[in-house]
Design a protein around this ligand. Structure first.
Ligand code: HEM
Length: 461
């Protein structure tokens, strides 16, 4: 396959035109409640639900997440088979068919196999170390500006604050947007309309005022904005991701057409924002608990010991305890609740025959908390990722907050450096405690976040 970005369909791709297989009664399991399926149980307690369902029906059982039936995939052996997928049996394009593709169709996350590989090769240039060094220079001042007034805020909610930082960071790092002001407020608004309204649409009726219509309208506006960014960055490049990608050339030495870059650039905020905000929010929930104040203090001390106000990428490499703390938060609370795939043909997965066009709901919660792979799995214990213990290395697919295989998160290092920079700046400025009476419960759907946006007591040092 030639290295074209977003090529048209080619080859034997009949699976792209077939409907979802809804009748999979031959697979053990049940359909849950009428209309809602197992959604209420998943929302109430995703870990408990998976344990009960597996105890009752075994691995690879049938489930129903409201709009569509599918198979629950949780065992690392099965996750490995789905994500490594040498036989091209598991499609992301059809896994994300529906709401995600209505907004992010044509982007790397919804492409399959050869098409995906070609896009990924081009996209990769924006995630090289030299590019990340430039992003750190943008992140440092953005984070510092955002956290300046935290101790003065009444009713401080960490999740709200971290989402604000991450929109700001995303707008500047991905597009080179101007700091603060109208430009970023507009991006934040369009992001909300696309992801928190459009993506939640139950039906695709393009009726003015409906969720679907609002999502589509915001998508069109965001795309116009991104086209303007591509043109502006080609004229005057900066250190941002659009500048890097917009300067890339195809095999004939031509700049990539802007409409081919567009869907990939549009995906970035969706992929980066709520995921990183969720990871840092869960982490801060643990670090703020009375029993983990010593861990907070240890990380703070390391941040002071570094003795640098604005760390570089190389400085961040040394923050291994911080990185382990972020990883531990994503183990306990994976930011992507379900990674979707659809079978392209009849396949044998583990010990089960799965028919073509069946949806697979790949969920990491069970593996992330299975005593088979982790000691004391319910406990927040970042040191389990240390060089001495390396608990996450038992099975190559026991820990997959960033997915695995060809579609493994391309922004993983951006997410980790962003999280470490947020820790660096906030811990040097503030002490964090839970608000009295706060019950550390976490939501999974619609998005994984601590409940009530994590109210924290913030004390200036
Ligand atoms: C804690 C933060 C993050 C988590 C937990 C996370 C998780 C994931 C997961 C699980 C996937 C795989 C999806 C699949 O296989 O269908 C993924 C893909 C992706 N992520 Fe992330 N992500 C995070 C941050 C980021 C950031 C910061 C960026 C961009 C800078 C990013 C960009 C992407 C992209 C573009 C893909 C699609 C890759 C492909 O299809 O080849 N992510 N992410």
């Amino acid at each position: 396959m030639s290295a074209t970005f977003n090529p048209g369909l080619a080859g034997d791709e009949a699976y792209l035109n077939r409907p979802l297989r809804r009748d999979i009664r031959e697979i053990p399991g049940d359909s849950g409640l009428p209309f809602l399926g197992h959604l209420p149980q998943v929302i109430k307690d995703v870990h408990g639900f998976q344990k009960r369902h597996i105890a009752r029906y075994g691995q690879l059982a049938r489930i129903n997440l409201g709009l569509f039936p599918g198979v629950l995939v949780t065992h690392p052996d099965h996750l490995r088979q789905v994500f490594t997928d040498p036989g091209e049996n598991f499609s992301s394009a059809m896994g994300y068919d529906g709401n995600v593709s209505a907004i992010y169709g044509g982007s790397i996350i919804t492409q399959d196999f050869g098409h995906h590989k070609a896009s990924r090769r081009v996209f990769q240039t924006a995630f090289k170390r030299s590019a990340l060094e430039g992003y750190v220079d943008i992140m440092n001042p953005t984070i510092k500006e955002n956290i300046a007034d935290w101790a003065r805020q009444r009713d401080f909610r960490y999740t709200v604050a971290s989402r604000k930082i991450l929109i700001d960071v995303g707008a500047r790092v991905f597009f080179g947007a101007e700091s603060a002001g109208e430009e970023i407020r507009r991006i934040a608004h369009l992001f909300h309309e696309m992801n928190h309204v459009g993506l939640m649409a139950l039906v695709h009726w393009n009726i003015p005022g409906s969720k679907y219509w609002r999502g589509q309208r915001a998508k069109a506006r965001m795309e116009r904005l991104i086209l303007d960014y591509i043109r502006a960055r080609r004229a005057a490049p900066g250190k941002d991701l659009t500048s890097i990608l917009a300067a890339e050339r195809d095999e004939n030495g031509e700049l990539w057409p802007e409409e081919l870059l567009l869907p990939h650039l549009n995906l970035l905020l969706f992929a980066a924002h709520d995921t990183t905000a969720g990871a840092t929010s869960h982490l801060m929930m643990y670090l703020s608990q009375p029993e983990n104040q010593h861990l907070q203090e240890k990380l703070r001390q390391q941040a002071f010991d570094l003795g640098i106000d604005n760390p570089s990428l190389a400085d961040l490499d040394a923050y291994t305890d911080m990185e382990n703390a972020v990883l531990e938060a994503t183990r306990l609370h994976p930011a992507v609740a379900t990674i979707m795939r659809r079978t392209t043909r009849d396949v044998r997965l583990g010990e089960r025959d799965i028919p073509a066009d069946t949806m697979l709901m790949n969920m990491s919660h069970w593996a992330h908390r299975s005593p088979e792979f982790w000691t004391d799995p319910e406990t927040f214990d970042p040191d389990r990722f240390s060089e001495e213990r390396r608990e996450h290395k038992g099975h190559s697919f026991q820990f997959l907050p960033f997915g695995g295989g060809a579609h493994k998160c391309i922004g993983m290092h951006v997410a980790l450096m962003n999280a470490k920079l947020i820790l660096h700046h906030t811990l040097r400025k503030y002490r964090f405690e839970l608000q009295p009476g706060y019950d550390c419960r976490c939501d999974v759907l619609p998005l994984p976040f601590p409940s009530k946006n994590l109210p924290l007591k913030v004390t200036a040092l």
